[in-house]
Design a protein around this ligand. Structure first.
Ligand SMILES: Nc1ncnc2c1ncn2[C@@H]1O[C@H](COP(=O)(O)OP(=O)(O)OP(=O)(O)O)[C@@H](O)[C@H]1O
Ligand SMILES: [Mg+2]
Length: 327
């Protein structure tokens, strides 16, 4: 079997800050892998450790521990580097260069020249929606326009793997949609895309797999549709009734409900509750209008897991304090 395009194992990065060499544990034991053809979302709030992980993947900083491999090779391997298009978090482009010049330079670095280079540069500037401003110096471009220039540079060398650090940052809603469409299109062209974002809503319709980090650790990881389906799915049932006995029955079972337009909408915690309510409704002749699964959003899943991780951590700390106190 072919090696994963990205394989990260137990990766750690600790920075030392200031004279007192204060520890900042930016990445604390992260493992994940990205398979060929994936659109992989690397998520987490500000300061979670996404950029630090990406910098280790790109060989820009050394891990404190653990390993990162690209195409089965160490990240510094030239063969692996050749197959990657990278968009850094804050793309630096010399202020006097134009998008045309910068993307041409990036194309030359990836081995293109002559007519093939010229036509590929035009093509990617068009794809990323910056062709109309391709002759303006970069210092005259807006943040979103600079972002599009960086994206064009990442694409120009026809890479098999795109590593994009916050590709939607600085873009307006239409721009974000365009970048999402571009990511989908590039996957159709055979590319694998690994991208970071701190906006969870950006990925729900886009990714196959996600990893969500928080405070340097992974809190959620897996196939997106499976994660959102959950183990014990909540279900909404709408009954064509506002019977007081039915309300009491729901309260007794601690099921949330609300009344509207002569109907009762009940939220159930899972399938066994559904079976109970349906049996009750048949028995008491309470007609059911609809039964529908309630999907957790990625945001809700993340908050739930983050709170869980926090309380587990607090419990561990407490146990450590207790053990220390009893010694
Ligand atoms: N060179 C550095 N020296 C010291 N600390 C650093 C350095 N680079 C990053 N950090 C710290 O590491 C942590 C993770 O930062 P990182 O930039 O990886 O987060 P991020 O997930 O990319 O956040 P964002 O969504 O804001 O881009 C932060 O606490 C940050 O302050
Ligand atoms: Mg970042």
């Amino acid at each position: 079997m072919e090696a994963p395009l990205i394989a990260v194992e137990n990766l750690e990065k600790t920075f030392r800050l200031g004279l007192r060499r204060k520890k900042v544990e930016a990445v604390r034991g992260v493992s994940f892998s990205v398979q060929d053809g994936d659109i992989f979302g690397f998520l987490g709030p500000n300061g979670a450790g996404k950029t630090t992980t990406i910098k280790m993947l790109m060989g820009l900083i050394e891990p404190t521990q653990g390993s990162a491999r690209l195409f089965g090779e160490p990240v510094s391997h030239p063969e692996a580097r050749r197959k990657i298009g990278f968009l850094p978090e804050n793309p630096y482009v010399h202020p006097f260069l134009t998008p045309m010049e910068f993307v041409t330079m990036s194309g030359q670095l990836s081995g293109l020249s002559g007519a093939a280079l010229r036509s590929r540069v035009k093509e990617v500037l068009g794809k990323t929606g910056i062709l109309y401003a391709a002759d303006r110096p970069v210092k005259r471009l807006s943040k979103g326009m600079l972002q599009r220039t960086g994206l064009a540079a990442a694409l120009v060398g026809d890479p098999r793997l795109l590593i994009l650090d916050e590709p939607m940052s600085g873009l307006d809603p239409i721009g974000r949609k365009e970048v999402k469409d571009l990511i989908i299109e590039e996957r159709k062209n055979g590319r694998t895309i690994f991208f970071s974002t701190h906006i969870l809503g950006d990925v729900e319709t886009l990714c196959d797999r996600v990893t969500i980090m928080r405070k340097g650790k992974i809190v959620v990881s897996g196939q997106l549709d499976e994660l959102l389906r959950g183990d014990d799915q909540r279900i909404a049932v709408v009954l064509l009734s506002q019977d007081s006995q039915l309300r009491e029955y729901c309260s007794k079972n601690s099921w949330g409900f609300e009344e509207a337009g002569g109907r009762l909408r009940v939220e159930l915690p899972g399938k066994s509750a559904l079976a109970e309510l349906l049996a009750y409704s048949v028995d008491k002749k309470q007609p059911v209008e609809s039964v529908s699964p309630l999907h957790e959003t990625l945001e809700e899943l993340f908050v739930r897991k983050a709170i869980l991780a926090e309380s587990e951590q607090a419990e561990e700390n407490q146990q450590a304090r207790d053990a220390f106190g009893h010694r």
